[in-house]
Ligand binder design. Structure first.
Ligand code: AMP
Length: 217
């Protein structure tokens, strides 16, 4: 079972993907996380990507395609994977269809742009492990510290208001056309992303189970 969850920045797709992948027993592949790890490690990929990330722009397709082609070959993807943040452009989706394992279902999480801006303004991210927190829906147990690794919580550079506006613009120009792309091949499902995280997760699971011949929900 190979899935894609798409949604604008701040839609909560990262949180939903972690939980969905764990419940479905498939690999969670977040291209944003892969790039942030590379930036933290100051690798050649990290050096290339950080310029784009900080500007709220997309890393070039060739780079992203190479990363994903390699990642989906890894052993933990044998039972399937959930892509989070990929594909983000038509060429990326075309590459996946041409050379990658088959994508069974693509879910577009629908969240208003204003709500995304609001969520991101409140979002704090662990500077070490990347877990995200929200003061209302998922506050840390200790103020300003990660529940899991105890590191400081920060505002991600690309969550700053100006960069966030750019990311939303890029999403509508470059990524939203994928809705039509996946609709044409009847692989698209849409889910309301405006309610509470627990409800969204429940709806996503129902949607996936209703479309795929998998174990019962
Ligand atoms: P995310 O955590 O998914 O919001 O990704 C953070 C940033 O990483 C994006 O704003 C892009 O700069 C970059 N990025 C992640 N995935 C991709 C992708 N598939 N194509 C191009 N850039 C990406």
């Amino acid at each position: 079972m190979n899935l894609v969850l798409m949604g604008p920045p701040g839609s909560g797709k990262g949180t939903q993907c972690s939980r969905l992948a764990a419940e479905l027993g498939i690999a969670h592949i977040s291209t944003g996380d892969i790039l942030r790890q590379a930036v933290k490690g100051n690798t050649p990929l990290g050096k290339e990507a950080s310029v784009y990330i900080q500007a709220g722009k997309l890393v070039p397709d060739e780079t992203m395609i190479r990363i994903v082609e390699e990642r989906v070959q890894q052993k933990d993807c044998e039972k399937g994977f959930l892509l989070d943040g990929f594909p983000r452009t038509i060429p990326q989706a075309e590459m996946l269809d041409a050379t990658g394992p088959q994508i069974d279902c693509v879910i577009a999480l629908l969240v208003d742009a204003e709500e995304c801006v609001r969520r991101v303004a409140n979002r704090k991210t662990c500077s070490q492990c990347g877990l995200t927190y929200n003061p209302v829906t998922h506050p840390p147990r200790k103020n300003g510290k990660c529940d899991v690794c105890g590191s400081d919580l920060i505002l991600r550079v690309d969550d700053q208001p100006e960069t966030m506006r750019e990311r939303l613009k890029v999403y509508s120009q470059m990524t939203e056309p994928l809705v039509r792309y996946y609709q044409k091949s009847e692989r698209l499902a849409v889910a309301d992303g405006m309610s509470q995280p627990e409800n969204i997760l429940k709806n996503l699971k129902n949607l996936i189970y209703s479309r795929l011949p998998v174990r019962g929900s």
